[in-house]
Design a protein around this ligand. Structure first.
Ligand code: ATP
Length: 253
């Protein structure tokens, strides 16, 4: 487990062809969001330093996924702000955020189920800069199993294979800020380790990662920072080890 925060990455050109790049640190201030009349985020304050792997833990229904939705433009906050690289994202569309270097991989895979593995990869190359051949090579090197399954419909892959494909989007688009929702959900520990190995590799290339997990998992081995969210607020922030211990005390015991 890594307790020491990673240092900020050097500002190097990314191999992604991403335009209008933003520095990837995130500051969330007093963020509130609701579904209809029911408020779920009650004023979230959070700082994700550039170059960090930030693990957000919390029990069922704490609002973790809602926070990622609000940060990635899929849910409009009712109050507060999200600053990415010092600039407010306000009403920025998900498309613009993607062009600015943000990639959000939602809970429940985030793949196109009616397209094959290869077709999914080809869709992610739409912003240009990388050929499908190159993308396939990169993806299959990380996940050899996807090579064998390249002509299979994504919806018929196993849960672990779908999650491998989902996270391959980050390999294809090389975002500067990656938001990951419950990568480990329902998966065998070995596959979770493999997925988080890749997250560690992406982070060591300078990507900032904010990831959400309900339980204490391998995620904390690659994390440099952690926090616990409870009832729509950040309850505490600390090192991954401190937050693992606190999670056991607060809601896992
Ligand atoms: P989990 O770890 O179980 O995924 P979470 O911390 O990610 O939980 P959210 O999914 O953000 O929590 O849900 C927070 C609250 O908002 C829950 O009470 C949930 O029922 C509610 N909620 C989530 N999505 C919607 C929606 N689309 N419409 C109405 N309520 C929703």
């Amino acid at each position: 487990m890594t307790d020491a925060p990673r240092s900020a990455p050097p500002e190097e050109p990314r191999p992604s062809g991403v335009t209008h790049q933003l520095p990837p640190g995130v500051i969330v201030n007093g963020l509130r969001a609701a579904y209809g009349r029911i408020e779920v985020l009650h004023g979230v304050d959070l700082e994700v330093p550039p170059g960090s792997v930030f693990c957000l833990l919390g029990p069922n229904g704490a609002g973790k996924s809602t926070l990622l939705k609000a940060m990635s433009g899929r849910l409009r906050p009712t109050a507060g702000s999200v600053l990415v690289g010092g600039g407010p994202i306000g009403r920025t569309s998900t498309e613009k955020l993607a062009r600015a270097g943000m990639c959000a991989i939602p809970e429940g895979r985030g793949v196109f189920p009616n397209l094959t593995v290869r077709e999914n990869l080809s869709i992610w190359t739409y912003r240009g800069g990388t050929s499908l051949k190159e993308v396939e090579e990169r993806t299959y090197a990380a996940f050899p199993r996807l090579r064998e399954r390249r002509s299979q419909l994504a919806g018929t892959l196993s849960g672990g294979e779908q999650q491998m494909l989902a996270i391959s989007r980050a390999l294809v688009t090389m975002p500067r800020l990656l938001l990951l929702d419950e990568l480990s959900m329902g998966l065998a520990p070995l596959i979770v380790d493999q997925l988080y190995d890749l997250v560690g590799t992406l982070a060591s290339d300078g990507m900032t990662v904010l990831l959400v997990e309900q339980f204490v998992t391998t995620a904390l081995d690659v994390a440099s920072h952690a926090a616990i969210m409870v009832h729509g607020r950040i309850d505490r922030v600390g090192t991954p080890r401190q937050m693992a211990d606190a999670a056991f005390g607060a809601y896992l015991s």
